[in-house]
Write a protein that binds this ligand. Structure first.
Ligand SMILES: Nc1ncnc2c1ncn2[C@@H]1O[C@H](COP(=O)(O)OP(=O)(O)OP(=O)(O)O)[C@@H](O)[C@H]1O
Ligand SMILES: [Mg+2]
Length: 378
């Protein structure tokens, strides 16, 4: 038993030294082979499913292996701007900041500053600033670069399309003519970005020769934890603090959460830290897990608040209302999973709810993603 047990993590990415956790990369082992193969890809999963934990582990491993440099650029701190030039210069600022976290991978920052100063007003540079900056970095570094961009879908559509087009153009130029450019780019978001193209431009309208999504060859989504994974996560606490989770408690937690990573941790955290006040003597029972569920539902934690917010969106309502209308309703929906043909709008709404983790299952037989969300919905 370790002197200071780790904690169940209910806030932010898992820190291996501090938190009980399952090996992040075993959830998406394909990342590393895609990077080796020089592919670009999407990683998508609902809110608080472990995306950041996974890419942080990938970045650590890639940098530790030493063949390539890997960095993460978080877009969620981008200010909400609609001006393209302004947005691009903020993105370059974020890339610069991300590089500085790694001491610029050995590059002299004065050379980067000079490059930006000399070029930032040049019309050729300004036509594709992200592409040109990444080209400069790739040409200057002594190893190939791998970049994870987090939450690019937060950009407005014209900025998002410009960003993607620049990545795509640089990526294909690298493939065709050894143009210096990052070898692999991962776009990390809640939405499946490849699928989002049909929200932006319907399926029957083509992008012409230059589809900016084409360079993304795979969309990876980590699965929820299995019952055995939940058991093994909870067993880490038993090993660390001596406190037992009865089988009935593990099964009850799985029943409520369907293995959703944050929920699995939050129930355990609530049981161990709040309900039992870190008294590691008593075993965790199914009754305690049920009490933890009620506490979570009665509190305004970010996770469930965000689900409530999503459920209120028209797209979610399109999908949720037919589910509720299994019960008698004064306003039967005009469209539902039992209709003969499903409209584009209904399909898009279904994919939105699936990406957001609100539902699971086939378009004609979907249900709430887990029993805890079902309590929010009903
Ligand atoms: N490998 C893991 N083992 C156990 N729990 C995990 C693991 N990865 C994530 N979690 C749980 O999921 C939560 C969210 O993790 P993380 O911040 O990595 O997810 P995210 O999908 O990036 O979230 P967000 O949508 O907020 O960006 C953690 O606080 C933890 O409860
Ligand atoms: Mg994250």
């Amino acid at each position: 038993m370790s002197p200071t047990p780790k904690q169940f993590n209910a806030t932010g990415p898992c820190v291996p030294e501090d938190h009980y956790h399952l090996p992040p990369l075993t959830r998406l082992p394909k990342i590393l082979s895609l990077v080796k193969d020089g592919q670009s890809f999407v990683i998508h999963a609902p809110h608080q499913s472990g995306k950041t934990t996974i890419i942080q582990a990938a970045r650590r491993q890639i940098n530790a292996e030493g063949e390539y440099y890997a960095l993460i650029c978080y877009f969620y701190s981008l200010p909400m701007v609609t001006d393209l030039d302004e947005a691009m210069s903020h993105m370059i600022g974020l890339l610069y900041g991300a590089l500085s976290d790694y001491d610029f991978f050995g590059l002299n920052p004065a050379n980067i500053d000079r490059f930006l100063k000399e070029n930032s007003q040049d019309p050729n540079f300004k036509a594709a600033p992200i592409k040109n900056f990444l080209n400069f970095l790739a040409a200057s570094l002594d190893k190939d670069l791998v970049i994870f961009f987090v939450e690019p879908a937060c950009l407005t559509i014209p900025i998002f399309i410009s960003f993607l087009s620049q990545l795509s153009s640089g990526f294909w130029a690298r493939a065709r003519s050894n143009y210096p450019f990052p070898r692999s780019i991962g776009l990390v978001d809640m939405r499946d970005i490849i699928n989002c193209q049909f929200d932006i431009r319907p399926q029957d309208r083509t992008w012409g020769q230059e589809n900016p999504f084409d360079f993304l060859t795979a969309a990876l989504r980590p699965a929820n934890f299995t019952l055995e994974e939940v058991r093994s996560l909870y067993a880490q606490h038993t090993a660390g603090a001596g406190q037992i989770f009865l089988d009935e408690a593990v099964e009850k937690a799985y029943h409520w959460t369907d293995g959703q990573p944050w929920l699995v941790n939050a129930l355990a955290y609530e049981a161990v830290n709040e309900i039992l006040g870190r008294d590691y003597g008593p075993p965790i029972t199914a009754k305690i897990i049920n009490e933890a569920v009620n506490n979570l539902l009665n509190r305004r934690d970010v996770h469930l608040d965000f689900c409530r917010f999503l459920l209120g969106k028209p797209k979610a309502q399109t999908i949720i209302r037919p589910m509720l209308d299994l019960k008698p309703s004064p306003n039967p929906p005009s469209e539902g999973p039992n209709n003969q043909s499903l409209s584009h709008k209904f399909k898009r709404a279904y994919h939105f709810c699936l990406d957001m983790g609100l539902i699971k299952g086939d378009i004609r037989s979907y249900q709430p993603a887990n029993h805890l969300y079902a309590r929010l919905i009903s």
